[in-house]
Design a protein around this ligand. Structure first.
Ligand SMILES: [Cu+2]
Length: 296
């Protein structure tokens, strides 16, 4: 039996399961020869939808260390009506070059309506760093980081040394640092072919009418358009909604038939100062001035 079903649907079409993900951490203890280590577990909430020729897997992975990963997988079959060598397009699949499968792009959006510490009045920050090689008598390269507060709607792009975070306006961890989640994009290929896929990340002011990144059921107001790129028009962000765009350029290959192995695209949210320490720190240990001490 190559196929197996071992998942329990909780509500119709939605499955949950837990999975090991290997090491959560490993660290030398204060006593010589002692090691602290733990295996991490994920809660996986997922669903499968057949859309056109593909089966799409939507995954939300909640790690026990607080990170959340959202992935979209595609499997099934390459579209049969793309198998046409006549127009000369695509990559040859199967014997010789009598059949070609058209290459194409999968552009996925995730819409994130944050409510950190139960409040939607979150702030968005962008960090950019520049690194300069040593000059003159300097020994080491210099890294300079700037924080930009995103106060108005944004169409942003991934860049080397750039990252974003969504910050709680009300909650702080036990160390007095504002709780936040960092947006960690996965590998992506930005697709310049549509107005709404020209940027990697959009931040818009919450509007219940703005539900889908493209092909929204209708324009939200006169001249507002039906896609996310049209909604970035300078509004002040008091309730920011983040739209993450992750693209995958699928260049067909022989291994895609048959069935097509799952290809994935997605991104993560990493907790940043959500808790004062690693939430998996062993009980009975606390960290102070670079040393372990009893109690937490
Ligand atoms: Cu594809």
């Amino acid at each position: 039996m190559p196929d197996s079903v071992n998942e329990t649907p909780t509500i119709k079409g939605l499955c949950t399961t837990t999975r090991s993900r290997g090491h959560a951490y490993r660290m030398q203890g204060d006593t010589p020869g002692t090691v602290h280590q733990a295996q991490g577990r994920d809660l996986l909430v997922h669903t499968v939808n057949q859309v056109g020729w593909y089966e799409y897997l939507t995954e939300w992975r909640f790690q026990d260390d607080g990170a959340i990963t959202m992935n979209l997988g595609a499997t099934g079959s390459l579209s049969w009506d793309d198998y046409d060598a006549g127009d000369g397009r695509g990559r040859p699949v199967g014997k010789g070059a009598s059949a070609r499968a058209t290459s194409h792009s999968h552009n996925a959006f995730w819409r994130l309506d944050f409510a950190l510490d139960g409040s939607t009045r979150n702030r968005v920050e962008q960090y950019d760093s520049t690194v300069t090689a040593p000059t003159g008598g300097q020994q080491a390269p210099t890294t300079r980081t700037t924080r930009t507060k995103i106060t108005k709607e944004l169409a942003g792009d991934i860049r080397n040394y750039r990252w974003w975070r969504v910050v709680s306006a009300t909650g702080k961890n036990k160390d007095g640092h504002a709780r936040s989640y960092e947006i960690v994009p996965g590998p992506t290929t930005r697709y310049p072919g549509r107005g709404f896929t020209k940027h990697d990340l959009y931040v818009t002011q919450y509007n219940p009418c703005e539900r889908f990144a493209s092909h929204n059921p209708g324009p939200c107001g006169p001249g507002a358009g039906t896609s996310v790129d049209r909604w970035v028009n300078g509004q002040i962000l008091s309730h920011p909604v983040v739209w993450m765009n992750i693209g995958f350029h699928h260049v067909a290959r022989d291994e895609d038939q048959q069935p097509m192995p799952v290809h994935w695209q997605g991104f993560s949210l990493a907790p940043r100062d959500a808790t004062a320490m690693n939430p998996l720190t062993p009980d009975g240990l606390a960290w102070q001035n670079g040393h372990w001490r009893p109690g937490r």
